[in-house]
Design a protein around this ligand. Structure first.
Ligand code: URA
Length: 233
């Protein structure tokens, strides 16, 4: 892999910045100053530094975003997308949101460039659990809770079994393994209520990091990354 590609994929610099940094003698590969960014290196084994700091390249990048309201979960849209909340370098790295949250839904959204694993994590056959905290407009009771858990008609489809915990008659947590369009909104509508707040708090083995404010992101830890990879096996 070319050195400038390595640096841009590691989100350390753009390719043109890399060329300038190399000319200025700010880049080393395996301890040797390299002034030409077109050299090819082995990304798996090379030790690259920029301004004395190690630049770590990974084949795939995974970040957790705490999605705010008002952003569309896609890479392209006429309105604001979740990619607008992330560094420009992420687009060049082919990062994209793994799945969709509605524009008014908040919470955990995985952003990655690992297309194959993202595809597997989203496959309905894999039953990856997604947990959402909800607030609804009209109170529901034990009957409605049980119906939601068993499966309700969401318009030509009976929702798969889910788990619902009611904290109050108008709030709680729901765990689903499907990901149909407006799934949870349609489920609550089917039992006579409407969603007024929806926040994803978990996706497979990942739990929303509450230290992230709305619109903030962080890289997954090694443990989270390993758990995610295991969930996609
Ligand atoms: N279900 C919904 O209705 N909306 C979301 O954003 C996610 C699940």
């Amino acid at each position: 892999m070319r050195l400038d590609k390595y640096l841009s994929e590691a989100a350390a610099s753009s390719r043109s910045e890399a060329a300038r940094a190399a000319r200025a003698g700010r880049i080393t590969v395996d301890g040797v100053t390299v002034r030409d960014c077109s050299v090819h290196i082995d990304p798996e084994s090379a030790e690259v530094t920029l301004d004395g700091k190690r630049v770590l390249w990974r084949r795939f990048t995974y970040v957790m975003l705490n999605k705010p309201k008002g952003y569309v979960s896609s890479t392209e849209d006429s309105g604001r997308t979740v990619m607008d909340l992330l560094p420009d370098a992420f687009k060049k790295m082919n990062m994209f949101p793994c799945g969709r949250l509605d524009v008014d839904t908040t919470g955990l959204l995985l952003i990655t460039n690992d297309g194959e694993r993202a595809h597997r994590l989203l496959s309905p056959a894999r039953h990856v659990a997604k947990i959402y905290a909800f607030v609804i407009t009209d109170p529901i009771g034990e009957d409605e809770r049980a119906r939601l858990e068993q499966g309700v008609d969401i318009g030509g489809h009976i929702s798969a079994p889910s788990t619902v915990r009611l904290d109050t008659p108008t709030s709680g947590e729901i765990t689903i393994t499907e990901g149909k369009f407006h799934q949870i909104k349609r489920m609550f509508h089917a039992v006579g209520s409407e969603i007024s707040e929806l926040e994803r708090v978990a996706f497979g083995p990942l739990t929303l990091d509450r230290s992230l404010g709305h619109g903030e992101y962080r890289y997954l830890t090694d443990e989270e990354e390993a758990a995610l990879i295991a969930a996609a096996e």
